[in-house]
Design a protein around this ligand. Structure first.
Ligand SMILES: C[S@@+](CC[C@H](N)C(=O)[O-])C[C@H]1O[C@@H](n2cnc3c(N)ncnc32)[C@H](O)[C@@H]1O
Length: 278
């Protein structure tokens, strides 16, 4: 059933919100399912509104929050908009231990901290406690009630998987479309450190390479987004790739935001013009 698209309700470091027009060119509703093993804020999923999806992420708190939003959207929305955006409130919620809260309270806390933290970064200390500071600058408005409920309705179409991308990719079958947006594993760049415990290393890139071959062998299609770097070019060997320009918004400090290049690596037969591709 067609359902209109939705907006992501999280601010997420590395979000592909600005790449949606380009990434959408690879998608067709004739695919049987949409699979995204590095889901983050699910920006492409919400934009495409597929009928059937699998969304995975290693961040178990994120995945639990999505399942709670799916089931208790109205209550969660009302609670979030009632909490004032102040530094004191932020640090009070940040100091809470998620284990002592109900599922709904945990979801509210997760979204509130995400909306109000520095640059939408999810980072935890060695004890697993969220430790990102308050964003002392203006952050955008939260989504409207209708937008939040629409996102929650779309989540009903998705199976949610907390775990490594390898376990999400086990579900891939012929006819599926897989979008992969891993964190960058470039140690020399600051973005590498912005996922806290969820860092991605060169072993992960090797695993990713093997998984791309397995997806292809199953008769499914994939698109990978990756920073244009040595690792990405090696990953792109044997596949079609497009080098596209983007304005990086994960870098944090406004002055640090600059144009960067990304590779889109795919086994789809996509031959139409990818705007800005080189
Ligand atoms: C670049 S972000 C994805 C952003 C997403 N495309 C969006 O538009 O919001 C990468 C995501 O991968 C997750 N991640 C990191 N390592 C992972 C792994 N080994 N398996 C699955 N997810 C992982 C992080 O938690 C993060 O949410």
């Amino acid at each position: 059933m067609m359902m209109s698209s939705a907006k992501p309700f999280l601010r997420w470091a590395g979000s592909k919100k600005k790449q949606i027009p380009r990434l959408s060119l690879f998608w067709s509703p004739t695919y049987s399912r949409y699979i995204e093993p590095f889901a983050g804020s699910c920006s492409l999923f919400f934009a495409l509104s597929p009928d059937d999806a699998i969304l995975g992420d290693k961040n178990a708190e994120l995945i639990e929050m999505y399942s709670t939003v799916r089931d208790r959207s109205e209550e969660i929305y009302n609670r979030i908009v009632a909490i004032p955006r102040t530094r004191d409130m932020y640090y009070t919620l940040r100091a809470q231990s998620p284990a002592t809260l109900t599922r709904v309270e945990r979801a509210v806390r997760f979204i509130y901290l995400n909306r109000n933290c520095f640059n939408g970064i999810f980072r935890t200390n060695t004890h697993g406690a969220f430790n990102v500071p308050f964003a002392s600058y203006r952050v955008g408005a939260f989504v409207t009630h209708d937008e939040f409920l629409r996102a929650a309705a779309l989540l009903h179409r998705a199976k949610l998987c907390a775990g490594d991308f390898g376990s999400t990719l086990r579900h891939v079958r012929a006819g599926d479309f897989v979008y992969l947006d891993p964190p960058y594993a470039v140690e020399s760049r600051r973005v590498f450190k912005e996922y806290g415990a969820h860092v991605f290393g060169s072993d992960d890139i090797d695993r990713l390479r093997r998984h791309l071959c397995a997806i292809h062998a199953k008769g499914a299609h994939f698109v990978v987004s990756y920073a244009d770097c040595r690792e990405a070019r090696a990953l792109a060997n044997n596949w079609v790739s497009y080098r596209v320009r983007l304005r990086r918004h994960v870098a944090g400090f406004a002055r640090g935001r600059r144009l960067a290049y990304e590779l889109l690596i795919t086994n789809t037969a996509q031959s139409c013009k990818i705007t800005g591709a080189q």
